[in-house]
Design a binder for this molecule. Structure first.
Ligand SMILES: Nc1ncnc2c1ncn2[C@@H]1O[C@H](COP(=O)(O)OP(=O)(O)OP(=O)(O)O)[C@@H](O)[C@H]1O
Length: 383
């Protein structure tokens, strides 16, 4: 089975389990990968039908699965794996007389990879993104890009390497007209412009907003519009500064999942770095988390497996410190801290999370939340 067929299978599976919302977004990803205008038109027609018949879930599911069968028949040539696009060596940056200094930072980024850039306010996230985007020059260090086609002008570079800042400019006219304009300017075949734009609108959840103007969109939808506008130009590196700002938790999760899926396209993968203060959400979808503190870099792979690492658990409970100490009496508990909201318990590396859960469950205390943060970037924030 090819990787394209596997992605199609996943989408079918979501429909089989009645997760139609997610399944449909996966269907649109697979449709997009085909680059086949008949499939695009079918997916657009299905989006329109779904919006007009929101209650007919069974019929919608059947129609979606029928289209997925068609999509699976189309050959999608996979992009070559580990395609390195960016290599940064010993980047540093200082601003005149300011105390702040960034780096040295070295990193390599390949297509399809997602890096999360986390840190509290003023720790250098925007500075790093702007250096990587070639918006500002580093004080020291080197940057190398390797795009699929030769870069002959600044315009070429701005198509392949796209930076979306926290605050974006106002635009005029409708969302749809603005997207049509992007592709018209970009030299896309006129007969394909409408189809490509409408599929992107569908994929980014903008279908019911396509006739709205800038002032009529919420900030979350303005960000989605910026993404649509950017993705139509098929970037190879995408740098997003705080795309989650102003979004509620559910909307954050959805946009992150969407970004991950879009960047993992079978034939057109994108390298993505996004900055955020939402650690849990970002590390869930990141291949690597870059943690910046006072401009200093701490690389962490989320799959990191260090047997020496202590077990660290966050616990939200109405139980007292004494009760918790007594529950963990026979555990190798090295530290128990309270930040006024949640407790953080530190155990030696041999302690199993499952044993801690059993002890808390057996004690029958009120618990609203428990999380193993041993491998999470969050552990750097709780100290
Ligand atoms: N153009 C500039 N001139 C002088 N100092 C700057 C400039 N841009 C940023 N700084 C300083 O560099 C430091 C890092 O800022 P930066 O915006 O990169 O951090 P950040 O992690 O993105 O923060 P935030 O989340 O608040 O945007 C801050 O102390 C900031 O005041």
């Amino acid at each position: 089975m090819t990787s394209h067929q596997q992605r199609v299978q996943e989408a079918v599976h979501f429909f089989d389990n009645n997760d139609t919302f997610l399944g449909f977004r996966k269907l649109l990803d697979c449709a997009m990968d085909t680059q086949n205008m008949h499939i695009y038109q079918d997916a657009i027609a299905l989006t329109d039908w779904k919006e007009k018949n929101p209650k007919e879930i069974e019929t919608f599911s059947a129609k979606a699965k029928e289209l997925l069968e068609k999509i699976a028949q189309i050959h999608v040539e996979p992009h070559k794996a580990n395609d390195l696009v960016l290599q940064a060596n010993d980047l540093t940056k200082s601003y005149g007389s300011q105390k702040f200094s960034l780096g040295p930072i070295s990193l390599t980024l390949s297509k399809g990879q997602v890096f999360g850039l986390v840190g509290e306010n003023g720790n250098g996230k925007t500075t790093l993104l702007r250096i990587l985007a070639k918006e500002i020059a580093p004080t020291n260090g080197t940057l190398r890009y390797q795009f699929s086609t030769k870069i002959q002008s600044d315009y070429d570079l701005r198509t392949k390497l796209i930076y979306i800042p926290q605050r974006t400019d106002k635009w005029y006219g409708s969302l749809l007209d603005n997207l049509r304009f992007v592709l018209a300017n970009y030299g896309e075949r006129p007969e394909e412009i409408e189809t490509r734009v409408l599929l992107m609108v569908a994929r980014l959840g903008l279908w019911n907003y396509k006739h709205l103007k800038w002032s009529e969109l919420s900030s979350g939808y303005k960000m989605r519009f910026e993404l649509a506008r950017t993705l139509l130009r098929k970037p190879e590196i995408l740098l997003l500064d705080e795309p989650l700002a102003n979004l509620d938790v559910l909307a954050q999760q959805i946009i992150l999942e969407d970004l991950k899926a879009i960047c993992n396209s079978v034939n057109n993968p994108i390298a993505l770095i996004l900055s955020s203060q939402q650690l849990f959400e970002v590390e869930k979808i990141s291949d690597k988390v870059i943690f910046l503190k006072n401009g200093q870099y701490n690389p962490l792979t989320t799959a990191e497996n260090d047997s020496e690492k202590p077990l660290i658990i966050e616990i939200d409970t109405s139980a007292s410190r004494e009760e918790l100490l007594s529950i963990f009496e026979n555990f190798a508990l090295t530290k128990l801290t309270f930040n006024g909201g949640v407790y953080t318990a530190y155990f030696n590396a041999e302690t199993l999370f499952s044993n801690a859960i059993v002890a808390l469950g057996t004690a029958n205390i009120q618990l609203t939340y428990i999380r193993d943060i041993s491998a999470s970037t969050r552990r750097f924030f709780v100290n």
